[in-house]
Design a protein around this ligand. Structure first.
Ligand SMILES: *[C@@H]1O[C@H](CO)[C@@H](O)[C@H](O)[C@H]1NC(C)=O
Ligand SMILES: *[C@@H]1O[C@H](CO)[C@@H](O)[C@H](O)[C@H]1NC(C)=O
Ligand SMILES: *[C@@H]1O[C@H](CO)[C@@H](O)[C@H](O)[C@H]1NC(C)=O
Ligand SMILES: *[C@@H]1O[C@H](CO)[C@@H](O)[C@H](O)[C@H]1NC(C)=O
Ligand SMILES: *[C@@H]1O[C@H](CO)[C@@H](O)[C@H](O)[C@H]1NC(C)=O
Ligand SMILES: *[C@@H]1O[C@H](CO)[C@@H](O)[C@H](O)[C@H]1NC(C)=O
Ligand SMILES: *[C@@H]1O[C@H](CO)[C@@H](O)[C@H](O)[C@H]1NC(C)=O
Ligand SMILES: *[C@@H]1O[C@H](CO)[C@@H](O)[C@H](O)[C@H]1NC(C)=O
Ligand SMILES: *[C@@H]1O[C@H](CO)[C@@H](O)[C@H](O)[C@H]1NC(C)=O
Ligand SMILES: *[C@@H]1O[C@H](CO)[C@@H](O)[C@H](O)[C@H]1NC(C)=O
Ligand SMILES: [Zn+2]
Length: 656
């Protein structure tokens, strides 16, 4: 929850306080805006909305003294053909003119002086159109009596043959190559430099790198990056499968159809969503939600069940929905915050979902029926707390809303394997698409709880291993494309080791730094080498609390105290502020005996932030060769669409 509070707070500040975000409207540098903007790529037949805006800044540096021009026109032309008015091109009715206004700050000085700039807007939206013919298009907005904005759009030419029956997309939220390397070090044993076992990810035949940046900022959040993976369209921070317009309504922004929606519309294939986050969180939401504000959790839960409200749009029914976030399901009478105050356990049950609230009932659920599994309030318990420090499960997080503890929570592996069983049983020849997210790699990296983050990563790897074995044993491995990737990174790495006993015994931060061992003094991993495996799976550490730990950390932090020891009492809280304040300092109760380190982030940050790094993409199965090399995040959408044979907006020719 902490992670999200902070992201939501950042969202509120967008346009008011974030460095480098002082733009009128991210992807619209001129006074005439076309969304999708210049350089957008489309799948043939992919539904999308077009939003046009004409801006009249009344003051500030961009004011040009023109009245608001409501007479703009918009044309579309395929390369080599003549331009047509959009109504004629898409055979739709002219939409009504909308008008609104907004303010923004031009820079930090304007913010500090509380001098916003004011903009009047005239706008139109052409809803749910599509381009079917591959090739290049020019979309032209003529406005202000002689100005124009041109957008070049590309409809990619993709094969129509279907190569994969199923796709499973594993997302290690925030997972980087550096984290995988660290997880391997603590989870797998070496003898004289040779690993005796390796990660399941290490065994994938194809490795690529994807670039995660946003359309209008080089650091992304999980909503925007998930939108790129799901639609092939990059967008703005906090956006789920829409381009950000300047209107206040979080649901009227121009939508783009997702891989789940297209796949179901064209093939009848089945959809499953699994996450260790609260289920309305950005990565799971991104399969079907369309909103400019990822914080609209209650509406997102309704979208899982009923599809997009208030607009004609594709509905992709969800057969499997497993995760946390019970507070968006149980009714307000129990403290829930739900869409239109309904009880979403009851709403799902009315539409014939099995309702599962613990691991025992998950494992016993029928494979032939749709299933909603919500196992806790908020994010699910971390692997380390479920398996090693179980006393931390004793919190008022029961998914029923009873305020009791949620002691019987499944892990990512339980949820993913059950999701596959249900999807296999229900999809028949149509196949399925499953997204399975290890959400708390990110959430625990945010709070600098490296051990919990790496535990989540090892759980993801264990899940991948079990998934491959299951698909293999049911003869469906060869017809299933397995992708493992991330949505963005954190600036994490390991630089050496720490003698935690020596550090605790020293006084003075400069002397304590002697406990850090670099190069040859880093030694060997103490997490796995005891040969005494406490856990049934050998790919986890046998000792999370060795004397010699990893000297690890992030590139950008709040103030904090580091002792580089495992946090036995639950997820770390590195920084705290006085009540009512956003001025964060190292938490007095965190990192006992460690070194006090000043942060580098603005002081209202209580946790770490995402970073720029490209993230790995592991691919195995049909079309695996599409995913090697270095490419942009939307290419993953196009690779999946191609593999499913969705290239022409018609049911694919089956080939798998
Ligand atoms: C801005 O929009 C609001 C709400 O639509 C409206 O009440 C207000 O009068 C507008 N402000 C100006 C200066 O036009
Ligand atoms: C622009 O106009 C708004 C509304 O009248 C005012 O609050 C703001 O201070 C003005 N900003 C500048 C930069 O002049
Ligand atoms: C548009 O611009 C032309 C010349 O650039 C001018 O003659 C005409 O009066 C303008 N029309 C309007 C409505 O402003
Ligand atoms: C849909 O419209 C209804 C009626 O105006 C409104 O109450 C509801 O909040 C809207 N839902 C969304 C998701 O925008
Ligand atoms: C698990 O859920 C089932 C069905 O709701 C319930 O009967 C059972 O008591 C639950 N078990 C635990 C350990 O909470
Ligand atoms: C669980 O927490 C409650 C309230 O904090 C406490 O009274 C109880 O002893 C705890 N139980 C266990 C098993 O830790
Ligand atoms: C699949 O199972 C077969 C037969 O048990 C085995 O030989 C093969 O190595 C397995 N493949 C994978 C990728 O696990
Ligand atoms: C393994 O762990 C058990 C229980 O902690 C301990 O009794 C035993 O001595 C350990 N064995 C080795 C070989 O370290
Ligand atoms: C902060 O204020 C709230 C409500 O006023 C209070 O419940 C809480 O204990 C306070 N926390 C601290 C750390 O002082
Ligand atoms: C941390 O910053 C404070 C000022 O905010 C400064 O007094 C202190 O010396 C710094 N500590 C370190 C370890 O740099
Ligand atoms: Zn994050």
């Amino acid at each position: 929850m902490k992670c999200i509070c902070s992201i939501a707070a950042a969202a509120v500040l967008l346009g008011t306080a974030s460095a480098q975000s002082f733009r009128r409207l991210g992807a619209c540098p001129t006074l005439g805006c076309v969304f999708p903007p210049d350089q957008a790529d489309f799948l043939a037949g992919q539904y999308f909305d077009i939003r046009l805006e004409v801006h009249q800044p009344t003051n500030g540096s961009e004011a040009i003294g023109l009245p608001l021009d409501e007479r703009f026109t918009f044309t579309v032309a395929k390369k080599g053909a003549s331009a047509k008015q959009a109504v004629e091109y898409f055979k739709i009715q002219e939409p009504k003119l909308e008008k609104w206004n907004f303010t923004y700050f031009e820079d930090l000085f304007a913010r500090d002086a509380k001098r916003p700039s004011f903009v009047n807007v005239a706008a139109k939206a052409y809803r749910r159109v599509a381009l079917y013919e591959p090739g290049e298009y020019t979309a032209t907005l003529n406005y202000n009596n002689g100005s124009k904005t041109e957008a070049t759009w590309l409809v990619r030419d993709l094969a129509e043959e279907r190569k994969a029956k199923n796709i499973i997309l594993f997302i290690g939220d925030g997972m980087t190559t550096n984290m995988i390397t660290a997880a391997r070090l603590i989870g797998h044993k070496t003898i004289n430099g040779k690993y005796q076992t390796t990660m399941a990810m290490d065994k994938f035949p194809v490795l690529g790198h994807q670039m995660t940046h946003s359309i209008d900022s080089f650091i992304t959040d999980s909503a925007n990056s998930a939108a790129a993976l799901n639609t092939g369209h990059k967008s703005t921070v906090n956006c789920l499968n829409v381009y950000a317009d300047s209107s206040k309504d979080a649901f009227d922004d121009p939508k783009v159809e997702t891989i789940a929606e297209i796949f179901h519309r064209l093939t009848g294939g089945r959809i499953g969503i699994v996450s260790t986050a609260y289920i309305a969180d950005a990565t799971p939401a991104a399969l079907v939600a369309h909103t400019r504000n990822r914080g609209q959790y209650a509406a997102i839960v309704d979208t899982f069940l009923n599809g997009v409200q208030n607009y004609t749009w594709t509905k992709a029914p969800i057969d499997v929905l497993f995760g946390g976030g019970a507070e968006q399901f149980y009714p307000p009478s129990l403290g829930g915050v739900t869409y239109q105050n309904k009880n979403y356990y009851e709403e799902f049950a009315k539409q014939n979902y099995q309702i599962l609230q613990n691991r025992t009932s998950l494992l016993a659920a029928k494979n032939t029926e749709k299933a909603l599994g919500i196992f806790t309030v908020s994010n699910m318990a971390k692997w380390l707390d479920r398996n090693v420090y179980r006393q931390n499960l004793n919190q008022s997080l029961s998914p029923t809303g009873s305020k009791g503890p949620a002691l019987d929570q499944p892990g990512l592996k339980d949820m993913t394997l059950k999701a596959i069983d249900i999807l296999q049983a229900r999809s028949g020849k149509d196949g399925w698409l499953l997204m399975s997210e290890a959400a708390s790699i990110d959430k625990m990296m945010h709070v600098l709880d490296y051990d919990r983050a790496l535990g989540e990563l090892l759980e993801l790897d264990d899940t991948i291993k079990a998934t491959i074995a299951k698909l293999n044993s049911t003869k469906s491995l060869k017809e299933t494309l397995i992708l493992v990737t991330a949505d963005h990174g954190h600036g994490f790495d390991v630089m050496g080791s720490v003698d935690t006993q020596y550090m605790a015994a020293q006084s003075g931060d400069r002397k304590k730094r002697d406990a850090i061992g670099v190069y040859e003094q880093s030694g060997l991993s103490q997490y796995i080498n005891t040969g005494n495996l406490t856990y049934t799976d050998s790919n986890f550490p046998s000792n999370w609390d060795p004397r010699y730990t990893l000297f690890q950390g992030l590139m950008a932090d709040p103030d904090r105290r580091e002792n580089w020891k495992v946090h036995k009492n639950g997820p770390r809280v590195p920084a705290r502020a006085a009540n009512g304040s956003t001025d964060y300092y190292a938490s007095p109760s965190d990192g006992a005996g460690g070194i006090l380190l000043n942060g580098t982030l603005p002081v209202e940050n209580d946790q770490g932030v995402h970073s720029l790094t490209d993230v790995p993409v592991f691919a195995m199965g049909p079309c695996q060769e599409e995913f090697g090399g270095v490419y942009n995040s939307p290419d993953i959408f196009f690779g999946m669409a191609k593999c499913f044979g969705l290239g022409r907006g018609t049911p694919p020719k089956t080939g798998y």
